[in-house]
Write a protein that binds this ligand. Structure first.
Ligand code: SAM
Ligand code: SF4
Length: 459
């Protein structure tokens, strides 16, 4: 979501004459777009600000802005902790950014805008790709969250849930496709409640419309709350040809007592039932999840239930976090906090278990042909890990696994067709914990689809 917001920020500042640069030393303005989901993320913001403070000393006209969730949460306090900051703008203020910057430029005044409305109004135009070869883009379809999980800061810093209008979303995707994008990832804290408040057609109906967009090859989305994952959406995995075979379905814990205290509104049995339904419709679907270890009151037995659930599901990948107290979140007041040392141990156990499962899953793909959307090309350094000094393509399977492919081993007649945006069959030859390695499949029976959507049969 912050990637998308950062693009919106860059786009909004473009008419004021600001262009992106890759070096803070060259910048006239530095905007730090922040995350407040865990305390560690907040600490990172202030340590980064400390680093850019020196630049401001050397160049007093440099404008330093802080946006996103930390800005929303801390407001004026950012200016107290980092007095060299000129601008603090919250999650609902991105559309107002040009006028805020204009004020700073004209009056050299420090500005704080953390006002929140019930909806975030659309700003003009789609966020278009930065470079020609950008194949995959994030796209926010809804803002905020109404779920109030007891550990989570999102409803307080992103506001109440609101959905963007379908025609804006569709027009934005069409614009992206016209600019060469072939895959979109639709973003919302709980896409399953898309449009409900506004009385709009539901998320599955939106997916159907997106599936009809010519030139778009793949659709992904994140996140779906397990309590709201509907039979309708599950069925879409068997029906919509562009919908990727991957779902991120955060479980957080395998213990029902903890799930209840987290206010997640499902039990582990209900969660596992949804997993079964997904696998019945789409047997090869990749499933990933989020886990919090050390939620207040989590016993060794509760934690064992989480490990059990991880094994039972057999996730393709996991994001695991140590519980972190957040301002306003009710769990901050819960007693029975788990000791840091125990959290560290539990996190380690989750990561180790998952690494074994992921590796086994990836190894089971060796010898199979997977359809890969090529995202990038880069020159490989000579030597080391099969490097030959020639080029390497990187892409993803429908199940969201990263695949590297040596460009010099493409079957004759295919190499010219392969580039960012190509959808190609790839024979998986090697598997690692975090990636796969394969060769473009030159059997001739499969069709390579070029970057612009044209097809050609392999030689
Ligand atoms: N809306 C998504 C959902 O409900 O699954 C999750 C959004 S949140 C931005 C991403 C993940 O951060 C959560 O799934 C959770 O695992 C983790 N998280 C949120 N608050 C946390 C906290 N206070 N401490 C540790 N992890 C947290
Ligand atoms: Fe946070 Fe829960 Fe909303 Fe996800 S569903 S953003 S975890 S409150």
């Amino acid at each position: 979501m912050n990637v998308y917001d950062s693009d919106k920020i860059a786009q909004g500042l473009d008419p004021l004459g600001y262009r992106l640069t890759d070096s803070p030393d060259k910048a006239d303005m530095i905007i730090v777009n922040t995350c407040a989901i865990r305390e560690k993320a907040v600490q990172k913001v202030f340590s980064y600000l400390g680093r850019v403070a020196g630049l401001k000393q050397a160049r007093p006209n440099l404008i330093i802005g802080v946006g996103g969730c930390v800005a929303q949460q801390e407001g004026e306090r950012v200016l107290k902790r980092a007095p060299y900051v000129d601008l603090v703008f919250g999650t609902h203020a991105i559309g107002r950014l040009p006028s805020l910057v204009d004020r700073i430029e004209k009056k050299r005044q420090r500005v704080v805008d953390v006002e929140m409305g019930t909806r975030i109004e659309e700003s003009d135009g789609a966020v278009v790709p930065r470079g020609e070869t950008e194949v995959s883009r994030f796209l926010t379809i809804m803002h905020g969250c109404d779920n109030y999980c007891t550990y989570c800061v999102v409803p307080y810093v992103r506001g109440r849930e609101s959905s963007r209008w379908p025609d804006h979303i569709l027009a934005e995707i069409q614009d992206l496709v016209d600019n060469g994008v072939r895959e979109v990832t639709l973003l919302g804290q709980n896409v399953n409640s898309y449009g409900q408040k506004e009385g709009l057609p539901d998320f599955t109906a939106l997916l159907e419309k997106i599936n009809d967009i010519d030139g778009l090859k793949r659709i992904r989305f994140t996140t779906s709350h397990p309590k709201d994952l509907s039979a309708n959406l599950i069925a879409a995995f068997g029906r919509l040809d562009k919908l990727c075979q991957h779902i991120h379905l955060p479980v957080q814990s395998g213990a029902d007592t903890i799930l209840k205290r987290m206010n997640r509104n499902y039990t582990s049995a209900q969660y596992l039932d949804k997993i079964n339904q997904l696998r019945t419709i789409c047997p090869d679907i990749a499933i990933t999840s989020d886990i919090i270890v050390g939620f207040p009151g989590e016993t060794e037995q509760d934690f064992a239930a989480t490990l059990d659930l991880i094994e039972t599901v057999g996730y393709d990948g996991l994001f695991a976090f140590k519980y972190s107290d957040r301002p306003n979140a009710p769990a901050t007041q819960f007693s029975e906090k788990v000791a840091e040392r125990d959290m560290d141990e539990r996190l380690q156990k989750v990561l180790e278990l998952q690494e074994t499962i992921t590796l086994a899953k990836n190894r089971s793909l060796v010898g199979q042909t997977q359809e890969v959307l090529v995202e990038s090309y880069r020159l490989k350094p000579a030597g080391g890990n099969g490097g030959t000094g020639s080029g390497q393509w990187t892409g993803r399977t429908s199940t969201n696994k990263i695949v590297h492919m040596p460009a010099d081993e493409a079957p004759q007649g295919q190499a010219g067709n392969i580039g960012p945006g190509s959808l190609i069959p790839v024979l998986i030859k090697k598997a690692f914990a975090h990636s796969l390695w394969g060769l473009p499949d030159g059997s001739g029976a499969r069709t390579a689809i070029g970057p612009k959507g044209e097809s050609s049969h392999a030689a």
